[in-house]
Design a protein around this ligand. Structure first.
Ligand code: SF4
Ligand code: SF4
Length: 353
């Protein structure tokens, strides 16, 4: 028998806004959603589960990851129950459920905790800079090593265990007994969704510009990561790599500036209810592009040695991004959505009993 948590709806509101109690179950939202299918129907079912407090069913559901937040369901809802925002709120809550450390939930629920964590990391960077005697060469060298170490540590200590928890909740607890070959057969689904987000093209009134912006951002971000970490952008003398890094960081800056401007204007459904985690993600990504571009420019103009504050700012933004936003914040949606669609594909490959 399904377990009911009567406090669930109250708990969920800590992760976003929710007027879902206004829902009278008409089904308009599901009929409107371009991504909802007979086999995987949402968002009405998610609203029903939420109002009934069916926490376990929600924890084992992959449907919140199938939503790309075009907001059409919210526009069509006759009761202003905001089903699109509920799906977003569920994604935040699920992120906290998958995270074994509990930090993700704390960051989503408490702005004070988020600010304290950001300040703590900033203080750590300053103390590190002071310990080097503000020596540019040592700082650049250690900063580069930090990037590599942070990527490895976050993958091993956070992402792998959290993805295993996600797999346990959504596959094992759902009684899905998929043979190993299905995990290999469905792998293409994982990478296609991760790098192209192609389902988003069916959302948003076929607004391909939004999809294109996301696509450019994901590509620019991943390639800048590769350029700085593996091609040592700040230390290289190769003109090709230098120009490549400038182009990547410039594109990140342009797209994220547009995203910030949309959030300020609230001109789209997905920007109507921005939470601190949404602002943090987009602003820090913008700062990453901007400060990385500025540091390389200072190096090329031979200004960095006497203006180390620029590198300290960049390193602070980078450390906050790598230690807080990537492992515990909104960045994880990129990862969990891709795995959500991968697991959904594996489930769909099961023969009906
Ligand atoms: S959320 Fe709105 S559109 Fe969807 S079932 Fe409820 S009342 Fe109807
Ligand atoms: S926001 Fe868009 S994709 Fe998400 S449930 Fe609503 S209509 Fe579907």
């Amino acid at each position: 028998m399904a377990k009911v948590n009567p406090e669930f709806a109250t708990e969920l509101t800590k992760y976003g806004v929710g007027d879902f109690n206004a829902c009278f179950n008409c089904g308009n939202c599901t009929a409107t959603c371009a991504l909802s299918t007979n086999d995987s129907s949402f968002p009405r079912e998610m609203i029903r589960y939420t109002t009934l407090g069916l926490e376990d069913e929600l924890r084992s559901s992959l449907k919140p990851w199938e939503c790309y937040y075009c907001g059409e369901c919210s526009q069509e809802c006759p009761r202003q129950a905001n089903p699109g925002e509920l799906m977003m709120t569920l994604r935040r809550w699920l992120t906290a459920q998958y995270d074994w450390t509990g930090l993700s939930g704390l960051l989503y629920r408490s702005l004070m905790f988020t600010i304290a964590a950001l300040l703590l990391v900033a203080a750590g960077v300053f103390l590190f800079a002071r310990s080097t005697g503000f020596d540019a060469e040592t700082m650049l060298h250690t900063g580069h090593r930090f990037e590599m170490l942070a990527i490895g540590a976050v993958f091993v200590a956070i992402f792998i265990p959290n993805l295993l928890r996600m797999w346990y909740f959504t596959i094992v607890k759902n009684g899905v007994k998929a043979p190993l070959k299905h995990y290999f057969t469905a792998l293409s689904e994982l990478f296609v969704h991760m790098f192209t987000q192609k389902r988003a093209k069916d959302c948003d009134n076929k607004d391909n510009f939004r999809w294109l912006e996301h696509f450019v951002l994901v590509l620019s971000y991943l390639s800048l990561l590769f350029t700085t970490v593996f091609l040592n952008w700040f230390g290289t003398g190769s003109l090709f790599i230098i120009v490549l890094g400038y182009v990547e960081s410039f594109l990140i800056f342009v797209v994220t500036t547009h995203f910030v401007s949309d959030r300020i204007k609230k001109n789209k459904a997905l920007n109507t209810f921005s939470q601190p985690s949404d602002w943090l993600f987009v602003i820090w990504l913008l700062l990453m592009g901007l400060t990385a571009f500025a540091v390389r420019l200072f190096i090329d103009l031979q200004l960095l040695e006497n203006n180390l504050w620029m590198y300290i700012i960049h390193l602070t933004v980078l450390a906050q991004w790598a230690l807080i936003i990537v492992p515990f914040g909104k960045w994880t949606h990129f990862l969990y959505r891709s795995f959500g669609l991968y697991f959904a594909k594996i489930k769909s490959m099961q023969k009906p009993a």
